[in-house]
Write a protein that binds this ligand. Sequence first.
Ligand SMILES: Nc1ncnc2c1ncn2[C@@H]1O[C@H](COP(=O)(O)OP(=O)(O)O)[C@@H](O)[C@H]1O
Ligand SMILES: C=C(OP(=O)(O)O)C(=O)O
Ligand SMILES: [K+]
Ligand SMILES: [Mg+2]
Length: 589
Amino acid sequence: MAQALQFLISSSASPNRSFSNLSSSKPSFYTSHRRIPVTVVRKPISAVYSDLESPSSRVLVSENGKGGVFPGMSSGTMTSTDSSAIEVDAVTETELKENGFRSTRRTKLVCTIGPGTCGFEQLEALAVGGMNVARINMCHGTREWHGGVIERVRRLNEEKGYAVAIMMDTEGSEIHMGDLGGTASSAKAEDGEIWTFSVRAFDSSRPERTINVNYDGFAEDVKVGDELLVDGGMVRFEVIEKIGPDVKCRCTDPGLLLPRANLTFWRDGSLDWLDIDFGIAEGVDFIAISFVKSAEVINHLKSYIAARCHDSDIAVIAKIESIDSLKNLEEIIQASDGAMVARGDLGAQIPLEQVPSAQQEIVEVCRQLNKPVIVASQLLESMIEYPTPTRAEVADVSEAVRQRADALMLSGESAMGQFPEKSLAVLRSVSLRIERWWREEKRHEAMKLSDIASSFSDSISEEICNSAAKMGKHLLIQISTGQLDKNSATNNLEVDALFVYTKSGHMASLLSRCRPDCPIFAFTTTTSVRRRLNLQWGLIPFRLSFSDDMESNLNRTFSLLKARGMIKSGDLVIAVSDMLQSIQVMNVP
Ligand SMILES: Nc1ncnc2c1ncn2[C@@H]1O[C@H](COP(=O)(O)OP(=O)(O)O)[C@@H](O)[C@H]1O
Ligand SMILES: C=C(OP(=O)(O)O)C(=O)O
Ligand SMILES: [K+]
Ligand SMILES: [Mg+2]
């Protein structure tokens, strides 16, 4: 009879609580330096699955995929309360069926949506091609246009069963002043002076104390009472009156105004970028902040968001694209929910030859601090015009995949290029090939991950995930040394998948951080967490309403996935959960 081995890691001081037939042996692959008690429980598989038939009214829904109908069911019977209905990502489902767990793509793909890809069918083609996140860049187009894209992505998700996340990239402090008029290279603003910021075009006769602003929507977006910061606070103004295209401001903190200085806003004591309210109202999944200078900016934005959206959470991505952001890299990334290596502007701010090492550093810091990282800009620039990439571009993409960044991003290639789908296909095939090559060659140098937990409970979760990822690699040794039943050993004893049951998504991201050899099936209870997990390396996120009873969760998951042919009897799975803080190792029955 096949056997399942459960390792239950308990945070309790007395590990042997309720288990009768315990082995006290500590698995030797468990190399923790911490003192978490590990219990090995041997149970016949029939016992493990004996209570699996519990009635369920829960639905399993996969990420980023086309809804499919359970074999033998009519689509009319698929409702959200039908226990046997299952919606599953068509792309992932096909990959799993045809190539098995180990061949799924680990690197995630972000596509900037522009005039070339904003239609429903074009968006669908990108979803089919593997787009995990759709990015809209507020530097271009109108709010109305972006609202239309968001609506179509939503509709695509709803009608076709996809769950593509939406990232809004802010214009942010890319709003800047124009020249100062005439030959002036600077101007002094004194305390209490009234200055006019205007979007009007002036000929030679610009009134005194008048400054041009480069953003057309400026006068509409700004509100009386807002605080206007020049160059991150070198000079400050308060907005006192709006007259058509002119915004009258009183200087509250004097200083030197330089041509083309950055402008940012604070509203009600919080930094306010002009698009943030739009993103919150639309309920986007990610907001990417341009030209982040310090952690303070991120902290303010996060509390601004927290005060305004109560039921859903928006993740904040810091774009690293300035010298200041490199100087304050760790504190910025620590404060953020993720980062983008925005190589376009970064390459204009630091010497080009320093961009690769900056990229490597940003990717490493993000990995250490457990934040997803996107490598962006010019990955396949030539494909804006040509249907095949240059060899150098393929090498650049490969390098980002080899660094094991969470995600790669298309900009102009998908926004306005002639070959958006082909560009995505190149990212996809290069990612798959390089991932497989490095896995097979075992070429990845192990990165020593430092402890990041800030509480005891977090440190247990972290330890469980580190151990689960390690077990995936070393289980073979244990089987040969008798920790698992040798009779159940087959020739292929690699772990096929890690399963993680997580409400906040944190446990899934901790597993992703370990970059294990096998894919991670992440089961989470809310659609917003599920969409956000779609940005993280190696995660295949599902939505599942689960209970605190891990055995029943596992049973239901196994039977739903088996019925779809996505897993099969005998597959070796390691399951972790943040409810029980447990690790279980088992063959699919
Ligand atoms: N919403 C949009 N409307 C029109 N053009 C867009 C839009 N989004 C992106 N683009 C086009 O795609 C190009 C690449 O996009 P992106 O890299 O996001 O912007 P940028 O070039 O300003 O950094 C832009 O320069 C612009 O020409
Ligand atoms: C991604 C970037 O930002 P944006 O496209 O908004 O300039 C970049 O500068 O590389
Ligand atoms: K932007
Ligand atoms: Mg930029």
